[in-house]
Design a binder for this molecule. Structure first.
Ligand SMILES: Cc1cc2nc3c(=O)[nH]c(=O)nc-3n(C[C@H](O)[C@H](O)[C@H](O)COP(=O)(O)OP(=O)(O)OC[C@H]3O[C@@H](n4cnc5c(N)ncnc54)[C@H](O)[C@@H]3O)c2cc1C
Length: 388
């Protein structure tokens, strides 16, 4: 029986496992995930307003195991593609010993690492760096935003590509809504510093710029943060901004073991969007945010890349099943609530990569209905992949 090892039990990893089962692949499928649970990403920003709670977006792997997938809790720290081996530290608290797994196919889907190591002062002041990406740090960010009486909030987006393009904008507008709700908005400056020439994704940048003007959120573009201090940041061009609250996303990359294995530098090298095999190894495939694709890093693209990866394995195995897939997505970006109600509105946008150039869509009118649609979409992904 063939052995498939999947590194990462998130959106992409679980999609690959499920699709291989649907394709009737006779294989021992092992998913290695660094935690015994999975936290969905898309609605994490709503933890700030209290419209979302962690228990609704956390899932464990019991149902997945019942489907016939072996799930190991452990952190992969090295891959040896020449000898088809993966090494991991077992257990959630790294007390499960060192394991070595042999594979016939390896699918790498570990998502992204937030890497502030290129920023001066990051090691010393990393405790000041809050954001909506990390489930622990979003809690601290929430506490600060709900308690602070006055000050400056800096929101930062690094150079694209990073996971979930609109999340910095979502952070800025949700913080604005909470401060309005508390009746203290006029005591705060909110400054969004963006390393890109416009807020991401570009398809809604004009709508966001107009909204920021109305809400009084200051936008600074083309500025990369180079240094963090106790209460200030400095950009590469030497501009200094003081902060009381720093909601900053670090630059993203794939975990270090990828580069150490010679499988890619910042991202895992692949042959192309539809052939996610590594250029040198037929049996090593990538999927999800860690794959080096010329596409946005979001849940829909992660899912679609995983379907392409699974289809390639089924094809190499001579099996006939193929998941139907193409690259196109619709998404919803939270934009707070200009009246300070804790009823978040969202913009709808999308990109269809089946045409050249890719076809954008958007509804420039923020709507409450889109927030509800995003919730149903996220919950249906979780039910589909984790069984509940
Ligand atoms: C705050 C936030 C908001 C978002 N908003 C949206 C949105 O509105 N719309 C949208 O489409 N997408 C959104 N996303 C992005 C979406 O969640 C990701 O694109 C998607 O989860 C990527 O799937 P993935 O499988 O590549 O990574 P993940 O789903 O992150 O899964 C990776 C898994 O690998 C595990 N792992 C990591 N390293 C190792 C290792 N060394 N060994 C073993 N396991 C490992 C992790 O624990 C994790 O479970 C958002 C994400 C966040 C965080």
């Amino acid at each position: 029986m063939k052995r498939v090892v999947i590194v990462g039990g998130g959106i992409a990893g679980m999609t690959v496992a499920k699709t291989l089962l649907e394709g009737k692949m006779q294989a021992e499928i092992t998913v290695v995930n660094s935690a015994p649970h999975y936290f969905a990403g898309p609605s994490r920003p709503l933890l700030l307003t209290g419209e979302q709670s962690l228990d609704r977006i956390v899932r464990s792997y019991e149902e997945v195991a019942r489907r016939g997938v072996k799930v190991m809790v452990g952190t992969v720290y090295s891959v040896d593609p020449a000898n088809r081996k993966v090494r991991l530290v077992g257990g959630y608290t790294s007390d499960g010993g060192i394991w070595e797994l042999q594979y016939d196919y390896l699918v790498l889907a570990p998502g992204v690492v937030l890497d502030g190591s290129g920023i001066t002062g990051y090691d010393k002041y990393r405790g000041n760096v809050l954001n909506v990406y990390d489930p622990g740090r979003v809690r601290t960010l929430k506490e600060r935003v709900w308690k602070a009486e006055k000050g400056t909030v800096i929101v930062y987006a690094p150079k694209a590509p990073y996971r979930c393009a609109p999340a910095p904008t979502e952070t800025a507008t949700l913080i604005d809504a909470v401060l309005r709700h508390r009746g203290v908005r006029d005591k705060f400056r909110i400054i969004h510093i963006d390393a890109n020439d416009k807020t991401q994704p570009p398809v809604i940048a004009d709508v966001v710029a107009e909204l920021y003007r109305k809400l009084g959120i200051e936008l600074v573009v083309n500025q990369e943060i180079a240094e963090i201090g106790e209460n200030y940041v400095v950009t590469k061009s030497g501009e200094r901004y003081n902060y009381d609250i720093l909601a900053m996303l670090e630059p993203n990359r794939a975990p270090k073991f990828i580069a150490e294995a010679g499988l890619g530098e910042n991202w895992i090298s692949v042959r192309g969007p539809q052939d996610l095999r590594h250029p040198k190894f037929d049996d090593v495939l990538a999927a999800g945010d860690a794959a080096g694709l010329p596409l946005p890093k979001n849940q829909e693209i992660a899912f679609e890349s995983a379907l392409f990866a699974a289809n390639k394995i089924l094809e190499m195995e001579g099996l006939s099943h193929r998941a139907s897939v193409q690259y196109a997505f619709l998404g919803w970006a939270y934009v707070g609530n200009p009246e300070g109600r804790l009823e978040t509105l969202s913009l709808m946008f999308g990109l269809d990569f089946t045409t050249q150039p890719p076809k954008p869509t958007k509804d420039p009118q923020p709507k409450r209905e889109y927030t509800q649609r995003k919730d149903s979409w996220e919950q249906s992904y979780l039910a589909n992949l984790f069984g509940y």
